[in-house]
Design a protein around this ligand. Structure first.
Ligand SMILES: [Zn+2]
Length: 418
């Protein structure tokens, strides 16, 4: 039987305040976090938690904010669970001067953004938006992204913490809270101290459509194929010079186009994706991203690319090929599967919140992918946000409230089942 809905929480007010703080992370940086402005929001969150009564909320030297809602149940055996969200926004679109716009009781019309009327959320192009008629939709104003990825998750965890503190009749075990920098540049878990966090299981609040529980991610490697030529003065190069740029070009032209590419795959199909070429006559390095839901599929793709590279080099006597593969992250399904209660409890929490849960598979990674392999099994739950990393990013206030309810119910369910 569904438990009665929570009254309105602080999630919207918090969200509107957090998105106005610029926390964009940066790809190329010598610092951690990659941009120091992320610390402004991280410090603010630690401060707000302490003001709420979460005495141990602190921000460490890397930027991570950890905090604890102490257990309020007499049961000694309730596992410590954690909720995690990232404060940074994507380098793909500006996050400076975000002006959130709340479209209350949205009527179903296309949404024209006020600061750049050429930016329009067209209902016919966004099926998830068409399902939100009558709800309150938050967008940016046209010049920036919104930052629902992942300030929706941050606001939801904060609102749930506040709600639990105000409602001590809801019994729960120890609940850990973690806010992280630099997720968007693939480094959110880099200095995350799993032992100090001290949770048995955690949930990232970093998904999208209401009801989504991401139980799978891609497995990911990066691969560098280096073509080695032979350089000599071009005026006297006959029968001696080998130009590695031409070999690399031939390799790239042999890459599949109608399959195994990000632009021609979806669902459960993986891909290979050249992202960078560092070229001169002597040596040319081609960097590729390799993605597949199965680790064996990664290895097949890597073997295939190596064959293509060697075939491309065959026409140039004296040319060399070197291959290097670096593991990026792995599908966290194999870590989650031995603990089915993690995902089952999340499904139950959503049902109690009146939300229909569904399993998702992310064509990418989350902080949870790395954390899971660092010893903290961490699936990813919905936040209600959509069209991430773009100026047409939006979030449903009603779905954010459902995410807050899901967190509250989850804390209660782990206590009940202990
Ligand atoms: Zn995110």
């Amino acid at each position: 039987m569904p438990t009665p809905l929570l009254t309105r929480t602080s999630v919207l007010e918090r969200f509107l305040s957090y998105v106005q703080i610029d926390t964009q992370s940066a790809e190329r940086s010598d610092t951690y976090p990659s941009t120091l402005k992320q610390l402004v929001l991280l410090d603010q969150l630690a401060e707000e938690l302490r003001a709420m009564g979460v005495a141990d909320a602190t921000r460490d030297e890397h930027g991570y904010v950890f905090a604890t809602l102490p257990a309020n149940t007499p049961k000694p055996n309730v596992p410590v669970i954690g909720f995690i969200a990232h404060v940074d926004t994507s380098p793909d679109a500006s996050g400076a001067g975000v002006r959130p716009v709340v479209h209350r009781g949205w009527s179903g019309q296309d949404i024209v953004l006020p600061d750049d009327p050429s930016v329009v959320l067209r209902v016919k192009d966004i099926p998830a938006l068409a399902r939100q008629i009558g709800n309150d939709i938050v967008t940016a104003s046209g010049k920036t992204l919104l930052g629902a990825d992942d300030k929706a998750g941050v606001a939801e965890i904060m609102a749930a913490a506040e709600y639990l503190l105000k409602h001590p009749e809801i019994q729960h075990g120890p609940v850990r809270i973690g806010f992280t920098p630099d997720e968007e540049v693939g480094a959110g878990a880099k200095y995350f101290d799993v032992k100090r966090f001290g949770a048995r299981f955690a949930y990232t609040m970093d998904g999208e459509e209401r009801g989504g529980i991401d139980v799978e991610t891609f497995s990911a490697d990066s691969m560098t194929i280096t073509f080695k030529g032979f350089v000599i003065h071009p005026g006297y190069a006959k029968d001696k010079l080998v130009n590695s740029i031409k070999i690399a070009a031939e390799f790239i032209s042999r890459l599949p186009r109608d399959r195994m590419s990000p632009e021609t795959t979806d669902g459960r199909d993986g891909y290979v994706h050249p992202i960078d070429v560092d070229a001169d006559v002597d040596r040319t390095a081609v960097r590729l991203l390799i993605r597949d839901f199965a680790t064996a599929g990664l290895q097949e793709k890597e073997a295939y690319l190596e064959r293509l590279a060697r075939q491309a080099a065959e026409g140039w006597p004296g040319a060399g090929v070197e291959v290097q593969v670096v593991e990026s992250y792995r599908n966290f399904k194999e870590v989650l599967d031995p603990h089915p209660e993690i995902v089952e409890n999340a499904r139950e929490a959503m049902r109690r919140a009146g939300v229909t849960p569904y399993d998702g598979a992310i064509r990418g990674g989350t902080d949870g992918s790395r954390l899971s392999f660092m010893g903290l099994p961490t699936p990813n739950l919905f936040t209600g946000g959509h069209n991430y990393h773009s100026r047409i990013e939006w979030v449903s206030v009603q779905d954010m409230e459902k995410a807050v309810e899901t967190i509250v119910h989850l804390c209660r369910i782990w206590e009940e089942k202990a």
